[in-house]
Design a protein around this ligand. Structure first.
Ligand code: AMP
Ligand code: ZN
Length: 116
């Protein structure tokens, strides 16, 4: 997906504040953070959304969640966090490359988040 925003970030064609990367996933700070800790974990390979992911994507989907806790702690949210995966039109997904929002900080994030 040559014109996909997050594919361009993964390739380094658009700058990002990197949190982590391995062979399967890339994590970077959200450009418009909703809480003190707010970063995104994306598959390096283009997957449009959780609605289009399939069983073959299970390893990378697992990796996204498997690294979340350590990265959240490293970024300043050691006592928990929220994972949000907006999906498709109904889920109000804006960027059509699968991404998990990791949202946290020293204080509880509240019952819901208004803008993600
Ligand atoms: P969603 O509504 O779940 O698709 O969320 C997309 C998220 O991507 C939003 O929280 C944006 O702030 C974030 N975002 C958009 N462009 C960039 C960018 N260039 N770098 C980092 N985060 C971005
Ligand atoms: Zn993409």
């Amino acid at each position: 997906m040559s014109d996909c925003l997050f594919c361009k970030i993964v390739r380094g064609e658009i700058p990002s504040r990197k949190v982590y990367e391995d062979e399967q996933v890339y994590a970077f700070h959200d450009i418009n953070p909703a809480r003190p800790v707010h970063f995104l974990i994306v598959p390096k390979q283009h997957i449009t959304s959780l609605a289009t992911a399939g069983e073959a994507d299970a390893p990378v989907l697992g990796r996204m969640l498997a690294v979340a806790g350590r990265l959240a702690a490293e970024q300043g949210s050691p006592d928990g966090f929220r994972v949000i995966i907006n999906t498709g039109r109904v889920g109000q997904q804006e960027v059509e490359h699968l991404h998990a929002h990791i949202v946290g900080g020293p204080d509880p994030v509240g019952p819901m988040l208004k803008r993600i």
